[in-house]
Design a protein around this ligand. Structure first.
Ligand code: NAD
Ligand code: UDP
Length: 310
């Protein structure tokens, strides 16, 4: 297989590249390095079946491939809100460019969608049939609505042009290669704990998230891409649900830090609860997560310890 991964120098994209390079695919990684890093793919640069292309997904590109994984988009609220207009362009124009390419070269194309398309959900846990509760004009909208529009484009190209699509709705995922400056909760808590700084809980810490370990998620990506039973959308995430307070306590315990918890202002439209219904992934992909939170956290902590040379 010749595979294009947009966002391939990011946290998830680089792990996907590892898996595909290992199994012998020819992998092209396209990335503008906004939140990604050459460090994540440095070990792949000498592989004969890996190529890095510094390019922005909002500008057209043409490569001959059989598979396209579209992951290009900042995923952390601080990064996607830094230039909101660029974020929505990345999702919408990136989707159009990937779909146009898929149509021209007859490739199968995968969209990294998100649990954010459910917004601040009033249905719990969230099944794929739920249409969501999204603020269209808030500070998270550039990401949420961009990803929703990308899903719409995927389905329209599928209906109108018979493009072969797959859509995964990814729930919070963590692991090695997250940037220490990423800003998402797992990396923030771990980096703070390792530096002996107070762990910053936004709001009262009673909001919930479900954390998947990257290796489980990447396995789900490839299973979804390489089967014909469903085009999605399919929720991929770990149904274990934790409050941010529980997460902080877990990180404090595992890092044995003396750092304390401090409470900060809750950002606008922060979803109160989130947990995937993964029945479709189980039945159609025979997929479910295998790595419990604590085990994943230990690996992620070990990664940051080495990175920060602590
Ligand atoms: P990440 O920030 O580490 O990776 C995103 C990558 O996309 C980076 O390498 C970045 O440089 C690149 N990128 C951003 N804008 C680009 C552009 N305009 N052109 C080319 N490259 C661009 O984040 P991640 O966690 O690896 O997320 C990967 C994908 O998965 C994203 O699309 C994200 O929305 C989606 N996702 C991730 C999670 C999660 O919890 N990790 C959850 C839901 C969805
Ligand atoms: N959060 C927090 N402290 C931080 C970063 C995030 O308490 O330092 C909270 C955030 O308000 C949200 C949850 O953790 O309720 C998950 O945030 P993240 O940015 O990781 O992902 P998302 O909100 O997109 O699910």
């Amino acid at each position: 297989m010749r595979v294009l991964i947009t966002g391939g120098a990011g946290f998830l994209g680089s792990h996907l590249a590892d898996k595909l390079v290992d199994r012998g695919d020819d992998v092209i990684c396209l990335d503008n390095l906004f939140t990604g890093s050459k460090r994540n793919i440095a070990h792949l640069l000498n592989a004969p079946n890996f190529e890095f292309m510094r390019h922005d997904v909002i500008d057209p590109f043409k490569v001959e491939v059989d598979r396209i994984y579209n992951l290009a988009c900042p995923a952390s609220p601080i990064h996607y809100q830094y230039n909101a207009i660029k974020t929505i362009k990345t999702s919408v124009m990136g989707a159009i460019n990937c779909l146009g390419l898929a149509k021209r070269v007859n490739a199968r194309v995968f969209q990294a969608s998100t649990s954010e398309i459910y917004g601040d959900p009033d249905l719990h846990p969230q099944p794929e049939s739920y249409w969501g509760n999204v603020n269209p004009i808030g500070i998270r909208s550039c990401y949420d609505e961009g990803k929703r529009c990308a899903e719409t484009l995927f389905f329209d190209y599928h209906r109108q042009n018979a493009v072969d699509i797959r859509i995964a709705r990814i729930f919070n995922t963590h692991g090695p290669r997250m940037s220490p400056e990423d800003g998402r909760v797992v990396s923030n808590f771990i980096v703070q704990a390792l530096k002996g700084e107070d762990l910053t809980i936004f709001g009262d810490g009673m909001q919930t998230r479900s954390f998947c370990y990257y290796s489980d998620l990447i396995e789900g990506f490839v299973r979804l891409m390489e089967q014909d039973r469903t085009i999605g959308p399919v929720n991929l995430g770990n149904p274990g649900e934790f409050t941010m307070l529980e997460l902080a306590e877990n990180v404090i315990k595992l890092t044995k830090t003396k750092a304390k918890i401090v409470f900060k202002h809750l950002p606008q439209d922060d979803p109160k609860q989130r947990k995937p219904d993964i029945e479709i992934a189980k039945s159609k992909l025979n997929w479910e997560p295998t790595v419990p939170l604590e085990e994943g956290l230990k690996e992620t902590i070990a990664y940051f310890k080495e990175l920060l040379e602590l």
